[in-house]
Design a protein around this ligand. Structure first.
Ligand code: GUN
Length: 297
C-alpha cells in the first residue's frame, strides 16, 4: 500500500488559523504583530518566497513590510537597515532572506538582528537557547514546521530512530537539536548524515523518521528506506522539463514515486514542508510580538 501523504498545505492552514486568532487577541490589546522581510538582489525564487510571506502576514491581520534592496547594497548599508528595524516599535520580527548575493556576508547580518526579533532563529543566542532547551528563544522555521508535520500527523517521535540528511544551519543542525530535546514532540534518537558520511544507505535504512535536506534531486531512493518509515523531503530542486509551461518542475531530494511504495507516510514536493515554513514564521512573529507586549506591561 502506498504511503499516506503528509499534507503540508492543510496542516499549515490549521496553524495559520491559530496564529491569526492569537494575532487578533494581541491586536485587541493594542499590539499588531509586525514582520519585516529584507530581500537583497533579484533571485527569482527568493522573490517568490518573500511575496508569499508578506501575503500570509496580511491575511492573518499582521503588519508586514518588505524592504527590497539592490544586489549592489553594501554590507554597511544592509547593517544600517537592520539597525533601523531593531529600533522600529511596529516591527517584532525581522527576516533577512538568505542566501545573500556575493560579496555580502550573512554572519554579521544575523548577529546584528536583535535576538528578540530574530524570528528566523538564526542568531547565536537563539541557536544556543535551542541547544540548551530554553523555551523562550526562536526555533528556525523549517525544522519547527517539520516537527509540527510529524506531531500533527500522528508520528511518534519519542524513542524513534530519526535520521537527518544534511547539516545546514537552516535545517539539519537545528532539526537535530529539536528532536533530541527532552520535551513533548521530541525525545528522538538522532543521527545526522552529510557529504562525508561513508555509507548513507546504512543510516537511512535504520530510520523510523527520515528527514532529507541535502539539496540534491533524487538522492534518496526506495532501497534506502526502512519499510514503514515516515519520510520528510525538504528538497526543492528545479529540474528541466520541456513539457511544463515554465520549462522546469520542482522536485525534492527523495525519489517520490518509488519511496512512496515503501514508506508509511511521506511529504510531497511541493505541498509538504514548504507551506509549513511560512506558517512557523508567522507563529514566531506573533510570539515575538506577545513577548514585547508583555515586557511593556
Ligand atoms: N532561505 C531559505 N530558507 C530560509 C529561511 O528559513 N530564512 C531565511 N532568512 N532565508 C531562507
Amino acid at each position: 500500500m502506498p504511503a499516506d501523504l503528509i499534507d503540508g498545505v492543510s496542516i499549515a492552514r490549521e496553524i495559520r488559523r491559530e496564529v491569526a486568532e492569537e494575532a487578533a487577541r494581541l491586536i485587541e490589546r493594542g499590539t499588531r504583530p509586525g514582520l519585516a522581510v529584507v530581500l537583497v538582489g533579484e533571485d527569482p525564487a527568493s522573490a517568490v518566497y518573500v511575496r508569499s510571506k508578506g501575503k500570509a502576514c496580511e491575511e492573518a491581520g499582521m503588519h508586514s513590510v518588505t524592504i527590497k534592496l539592490p544586489a549592489a547594497t553594501s554590507q554597511a548599508e544592509l547593517l544600517l537597515y537592520v539597525e533601523r528595524l531593531n529600533s522600529d516599535p511596529l516591527i517584532h520580527g525581522i527576516l533577512v532572506q538568505m542566501p545573500l548575493p556575493a560579496p555580502l556576508e550573512a554572519d554579521s547580518v544575523i548577529r546584528a538582528i536583535d535576538p528578540r526579533k530574530d524570528v528566523d532563529g538564526f542568531h547565536p543566542i537563539n541557536v544556543g537557547k535551542l541547544l540548551v532547551g530554553e523555551r523562550d528563544g526562536f526555533v528556525p522555521c523549517t525544522p519547527a514546521g517539520i516537527q509540527q508535520l510529524l506531531v500533527r500527523s500522528g508520528v511518534e517521535i519519542a524513542g524513534a530512530e530519526c535520521v537527518i540528511v544534511g547539516r545546514s544551519n537552516i535545517v539539519g543542525k537545528p532539526m537535530a537539536a529539536l528532536l533530541i530535546q527532552d520535551a513533548v514532540g521530541a525525545n528522538g534518537t538522532v543521527t545526522v548524515c552529510h557529504r562525508h558520511t561513508r555509507d548513507l544507505g546504512l543510516h537511512t535504512r535504520r530510520a523510523d523518521i527520515l528527514i532529507v535536506a541535502a539539496g540534491r534531486a533524487g538522492l534518496v531512493t526506495a532501497e534506502m528506506i526502512r519499510p514503514g518509515a515516515a519520510v520528510i523531503d525538504v528538497g526543492m530542486n528545479r529540474i528541466d522539463d520541456p513539457t511544463s509551461p515554465r520549462g522546469y518542475r520542482l522536485v525534492g531530494d527523495v525519489d517520490f514515486e518509488t519511496v512512496q511504495q515503501v514508506a508509511s507516510k511521506i511529504t510531497p514536493v511541493p505541498g509538504g514542508v514548504g507551506p509549513m515554513t511560512i506558517a512557523m514564521l508567522m507563529s514566531n512573529t506573533v510570539r515575538a510580538a506577545a513577548a514585547f507586549a508583555r515586557a511593556a506591561e
